[in-house]
Write a protein that binds this ligand. Sequence first.
Ligand code: SF4
Length: 432
Amino acid sequence: MSGTVSIRTYGCQMNEADSEAMAGLLEGEGWAVTDDEAAADVVLLNTCCVRRHAEERVWNALFALRARAAEGGLIVGVCGCMAQWRGEEIVRRAPHVRVVCGTRAFARLPDLIRRAAAGGAVVDVGEGGLPAGPLPRTRRGALKALVPVMRGCGNFCAYCVVPYVRGPEESRPPGEIAAAVEALARDGCREVTLLGQNVNGYAAAGVPFAGLLRIVGGTGIARIRFLTSHPKDLSDGLIRAIAEVPQVCEHLHLPLQAGSDRVLERMRRGCAYGRYRALVVRIRAAVPGIAISTDLMAGFPGETADDFERTLGAMEELRFDAAFLFKYSDREGTTAAAMGPKVPPAEIAERHARMLDLQSRIGLERNRERIGGTEEVLVEGPSARDPRRLFGRSRTNRRVVFEGDGALIGTLACATIRDATPLTLIGAPRAA
Ligand code: SF4
């Protein structure tokens, strides 16, 4: 069976990587993957359910496809986390959905579509491990690539659905990852991001994540990034690898979530604030100039005004280079959903706004510290806001916009920084 298929991706970079893998699998079976959803024979939504809002967006998108599906011919599929979480419920609420493919059933996706085309709806939220050998994939951006190194998570933080929808941790063999990165480098890719829900828990063939970074550093790739690190598993060996492997960029995403030990304990994070702070001190000493970004949450059940002040205090003390700031929302089935007392939504919104204000100031201050310095930039293309300028990311993962020749696109260029906003460095080019 063949035709055209479009894939719409919601959520995190792991979902983006899964969508690439799905596209690769389907292309291998003769499907043409298209961005033109209106003309596609099959529309797949690769979904996220980490926050309630993410699920609502998917339900709205599904209902918007109902009329087209009713005309006949179109196969609508739901894949990924929400498919795993909701299963049959999706077909009950949206009977025009013909394929539900959970996170561990991706390898069976072409077959599920074939069966749905024969009539009826097919739901597969069954088990399946990582496929043997590298997944076929279709890369959208030649310069940068996402490389999943592991799947799943066994941490069960109280607010998080990931362990329920993605299953336990499972690591890909280091040789397979190295071969995939080598092939990418040969193909002109300059930067890979190694992905996992908790890459610090990576372990395969006796190789920990620090060892994997050293192996990938020898593949010919110019830059290596990785996401996400859990502070409780961040070893000194990993800090040494970040410092010693020249291809590893000076950026670490290290979710803190809250500044209050009482809240961190209720979240089951397994890392008190003092230990987190000591880690940050060690990392900054070992890797001068490293950027540290984080995740923080406002309004976890039982968070008092005093607890929240501790989160603001942590932000002031640690001065993160960037922070992803979230409002807590209940996810049914998680431990936190059953916890009380709930913080009123208006209070959560106010706390969230205070975090945004504070991070905006700190982000600007951190970026201003770079003025006068030189940044190595992987030039991705023209700036979306001002096509006369170029856009890229520095090694510390900062957005950099600078004036330069279009011939620099695809290269590692140097820019001298002359101005800064909270989220962007503005530079002039310099001879590399
Ligand atoms: S470490 Fe915690 S927050 Fe991260 S995916 Fe696992 S359970 Fe969720």
